[in-house]
Write a protein that binds this ligand. Structure first.
Ligand code: 13P
Length: 247
């Protein structure tokens, strides 16, 4: 049985005041039946970890460098994230792939580094509008997910979370319909099953792209959608809690 998992990716949005208000709002009403994780920007992770002590809400980093340490100005390692109180880290978000030229090879290296440090990697995959319109959705998804499926053991993959985020639905207000999302989620699960049946049964596959309190229930009701990776709507406690608790 896969528990509902809702993750809030704050992207490059935060201040000390905002963090205090948002986390106070989320922790005051975090639902027991949902696993909740927030991904604040790196400079706020320590403060978030401090705020979340004693709460069931977990935190994660938005990115990591695959190297352990050294001359990589501006970068953050997996062990630093752990040291700052993180449980998880996003890997391969489409904004990292398109704006910072991250490749499938980078995604695999980062996923391995995260796992080695004991972090849960949230491996993000998704097609652009152009790719969808050219009927390439499944080919793109397969290529992106195969980068990790072929590079990791079943035991390593069992510690990953997967997130399907169609690029055309991110920050656009254009959510994939529950049927469109379910179709791709079922495809992702079939690829996991080809690697290992048990892995497919137990893995969380989240949907991301304009998830809101008003559409979460229908999306999460789909058989292969196990929760959400939420951007904009994770910046307001009430809206985020409405997604975490889509009753
Ligand atoms: P939005 O929810 O703002 O569309 O962002 C989705 C996302 O990119 C989460 O990682």
């Amino acid at each position: 049985m896969r528990r509902l998992l809702v993750a809030g990716n704050w992207k490059m949005n935060a201040s000390k005041v905002m963090l205090n208000e948002l986390l106070a709002g989320i922790t005051a009403n975090a639902p027991q039946q949902t696993d909740v994780v927030v991904f604040p920007p790196a400079p706020y992770l320590l403060m978030a970890a401090d705020k979340l002590q004693g709460s069931s809400v977990k935190i994660g980093g938005q990115n990591l460098n695959a190297n352990e340490s050294g001359a990589f100005t501006g970068e953050v390692s997996a062990n630093m994230l752990v040291d700052c109180g993180c449980d998880a880290v996003l890997v391969g978000h489409s904004e990292r792939r398109t704006l910072f030229a991250e490749t499938d090879t980078d995604v695999l290296a980062k996923t391995e580094a995260a796992l080695a440090a004991g972090l849960t990697p949230y491996v993000c995959i998704g097609e652009t509008l152009e790719e969808r319109e050219a009927n390439k959705t499944e080919a793109v998804i397969e290529q992106q997910i195969n980068a990790v499926l072929n590079g990791l053991t079943v035991q390593q993959l069992a510690k990953c979370v997967f997130a399907y985020e169609p690029v055309w639905a991110i920050g656009t207000g254009k959510t994939a319909s529950p049927e469109q999302a379910q179709q791709v989620h079922a495809f992702i699960r079939s690829l996991l099953a080809a690697k290992d049946e048990e892995l497919a049964l137990n893995s969380h596959v989240l949907y991301g792209g304009s998830v809101k309190a008003s559409n979460a229930k229908e999306l999460f009701a789909q058989q292969d959608i196990d929760g959400g990776l939420v951007g904009g709507a994770s910046l307001q406690a009430e809206e985020f809690l409405g997604i975490c608790n889509p009753a």
